[in-house]
Design a protein around this ligand. Structure first.
Ligand code: NAP
Length: 284
């Protein structure tokens, strides 16, 4: 079998086009406020990409660049300004923060209604209770890719490898809420190969290139590879042994070009949702 490749770039492009139209129908454009602290090159690239997409969709985009040695008070002041700004509907603090600044603490300063990354305790708690409001972007993008693959999750056995608050934990909640039977694995899991081999859906978010071996994949399974790992030769690789997995799976995401582009599209979708809600317009 040769898997269908789930093209996150193409899907993100389509979703973004629809978001642009919906944004233009609102009384004022959705506003995204981004806080970038320090000079980390990867964070700069991510923030730049988000800004480009926001502007392309006609969103208002305000970026606050702060020096790496900024005090927590200074960062709190900027987040408070964005919380109070009526033109801003969504706030994103790019993580990780430099120099031991506590990203969790800073995230909690964001008003829950503007938490378009879905990372505050309130957003995480609502999702855990099955009453999601703003859902973290990468997990939401994964669900959209599964929809695109026309996977009906009800009753399927799904494995999520990784339990971070950013990816693994929220993905597991979403799959369970779609009535899959979910096994969550982590670094202490004893029989990862066996669990993967029994699963209809595999979401790999552990951050080790090729750690999920292609031979483990059950024939016909759907594989979502979240991992983004820079190899010594400079290329990017996922967490799944792609070549072999693609011979066994029915559908699989590539790295790059799978989950990654969906993350930014879902940030835009969350910002639009937050904006529509704040402007008293229908959210969906
Ligand atoms: P993280 O916070 O480092 O979490 C990694 C998780 O994987 C942990 O729960 C860890 O278990 C588990 N793990 C580590 N080694 C394992 C092993 N050998 N077997 C089973 N589980 C193992 O990482 P993250 O932020 O969730 O990100 C995961 C990957 O996704 C990274 O490659 C990251 O770059 C990528 N990512 C991509 C996007 C995107 O948009 N494409 C977005 C976010 C993240 P413990 O809890 O036991 O330590």
């Amino acid at each position: 079998m040769s898997a269908r490749i789930l093209d996150g770039r193409a899907l993100a492009r389509r979703l973004n086009q629809a978001l642009k139209i919906r944004a233009a129908e609102l009384p004022r454009p959705p506003g995204l406020g981004v806080v970038l602290v320090g000079e980390d090159p990867a964070s700069r690239v991510y923030v730049r990409r988000k800004g480009i997409v926001a502007e392309r969709l006609g969103f208002l985009h305000r970026q606050h660049d702060l020096p790496a040695d900024s005090s927590l008070e200074r960062i709190q002041g900027v987040v408070a300004e964005l919380n109070d700004d009526p033109a801003i509907d969504g706030i994103l603090v790019q993580l990780p923060l430099p120099g031991g600044l506590d990203g969790r603490l800073v995230t909690e300063w964001i008003e829950p209604d503007k938490d378009v990354d879905g990372l505050t305790t309130i957003s995480a708690g609502l999702l855990a209770q099955g009453r999601p409001h703003l859902i973290p972007c990468t997990p939401l993008g994964i669900l959209r890719l599964l929809e695109e693959a026309e996977v009906s999750l009800e009753g399927l056995d799904a494995v999520v490898i990784g339990r971070s608050n950013l990816v693994g934990r929220p993905v597991a909640h979403l799959l369970e809420q779609a009535n899959a039977t979910v096994t969550q694995c982590h670094s202490r899991t004893r029989d990862l190969a066996g669990i993967v081999g029994r699963s209809d859906v595999v979401v790999a978010a552990l951050g080790h290139p090729g750690a999920v071996e292609g031979e483990w994949i059950r024939p016909g399974a759907v594989v979502i590879d979240v991992g983004v790992n820079r190899l010594e030769d400079g290329t990017l690789a996922g967490d799944v042994g792609f070549e072999v997995a693609a011979q066994r799976a029915s559908a699989i995401t590539p790295v790059p070009g799978g989950v990654g582009p969906m993350t930014i599209a879902m940030l835009m979708e969350n910002t639009l949702r937050a904006s529509a809600q704040r402007q008293g317009r229908p959210v969906d």
